[in-house]
Design a protein around this ligand. Structure first.
Ligand SMILES: [Mg+2]
Length: 366
């Protein structure tokens, strides 16, 4: 223990489900809403706030058992609390939704600690860079060609040069859709594709040749991210296209297995799944030890803070659903400037203010 007098005196969690602005699908699932679970921790007059995107069940896991670990604890001792939360979830199902509940709490702990110290989370973590390059992401397989082109071209017009689209739902249509995307964004904007593990190994290799004709330079989850040999096989065949995966990674064991297998050129990390900023930094260290760059997956305005701090960062995914929800839910977000997110380090903690009145209609559990 640090011996400070600060103690967490209240723990709350609320889940909100927000309909998408159009039907959305990738190579393996479709969806019409997104659920955000927000954890809040109080310590005297200070409040820490963190979130994850998962099932509303995570809110009840924050209420119990995680609150049992947190109530009365010193919020400065994040490593100690992180280990205690992990142990408390062992017999419940860990990793999984419990790990995502813990991720929301970890973000809230960093927010609270930074506020108690009167600094931004970015300042508390320590800056490796002041701007976090983003890429525009969406391009759902449920979109018409017109919707696809409008969204991706819109990112480029906003100054986000690099964009990513989904593929894999109808492999026979993917070549046509990728050519249409290239036509919309122009000759020079980097184009990425994400199959969400939908292809077989042979499909992935065949389609990679077609994608290469459109100068696609990133092939995400060409096969299942659980098929490490398959990822490595595709990676070893592609000379001018990076293979990326890791967004479903939970812990350092997972990331180490993926990197030991030589499965990816770039490791994706999602702090809303892998234990918050604490888990993100652990995963980034594993990547650094393997000499592999990293890319942050989704939750852009949250990840912007930890992305300022870690080595080897290539970029952060500015995902359509999450960028939209974060703008609906919070004031004080990091600002998008010339294709990068910039944190205002004069704002304490994460700098976020929840727009409670505006979002009440979406509340589903607390
Ligand atoms: Mg993906």
């Amino acid at each position: 223990m640090t011996g400070t007098t600060a103690r967490i005196d209240r723990v709350d969690a609320t889940a909100y489900t927000v309909p998408t602005d159009a039907p959305e699908a990738d190579g393996t699932i479709s969806w019409d809403s997104t659920t955000i679970v927000i954890a809040t921790l109080r310590c005297d007059d200070y409040q820490g706030l963190g979130y994850t995107y998962t099932h509303a069940a995570a809110a009840s896991l924050i209420a119990k058992p995680l609150s049992n670990v947190l109530n009365g604890a010193d919020p400065m001792d994040i490593p100690q609390l992180w280990e205690a939360m992990r142990r408390s979830l062992r017999n419940i199902g860990c990793p999984g939704v419990g790990w995502m509940a813990m991720s929301a709490v970890d973000h809230a702990l960093w927010d609270l600690k930074a506020k108690l110290l009167g600094v931004s989370v970015t300042t508390l973590l320590g800056c490796a860079r002041e701007r976090v390059p983003v890429y525009g992401s969406g391009g759902f397989t449920s979109y018409t060609i017109d919707q696809l082109q409008t969204q991706l071209a819109g990112y480029v017009e906003q100054g986000i040069a690099r964009v990513k689209m989904k593929v894999g739902t109808h492999p026979d249509q993917d070549a046509r859709r990728v050519f249409a995307a290239r036509e919309a964004i122009g000759e020079h904007a980097p184009l990425m594709v994400d199959a969400n593990g939908a292809y077989t190994r042979k499909q992935a290799l065949t389609l990679a040749d077609t994608f290469a004709e459109c100068n696609v330079d990133w092939f995400e989850e060409p096969v299942s991210s659980d098929d490490l040999q398959g990822l490595a096989l595709v990676r070893n065949h592609l000379r001018h296209m990076d293979v990326a995966a890791g967004e479903y990674g939970w812990d350092t064991w997972y990331f180490n297995r993926m990197l030991d297998a030589g499965a990816v050129d770039v490791l994706q990390i999602d702090g809303t799944r892998c234990g918050g900023f604490t888990g993100f930094m652990q995963a980034a260290s594993v990547a650094q030890a393997h000499g592999i760059p990293i890319s942050a997956h989704c939750a852009p305005h949250l990840h912007a803070h930890v992305c300022c701090a870690v080595p080897g960062l290539r970029h952060l995914e500015y995902f359509h659903d999450h960028a939209r929800i974060e703008s609906m839910f919070f004031d004080g977000l990091p600002q998008l400037r010339k294709g990068a997110l910039v944190v205002d380090v004069d704002r304490a903690g994460l700098g976020l203010i929840l727009k409670k009145q505006d979002i009440e209609e979406y509340r589903v559990a607390s």
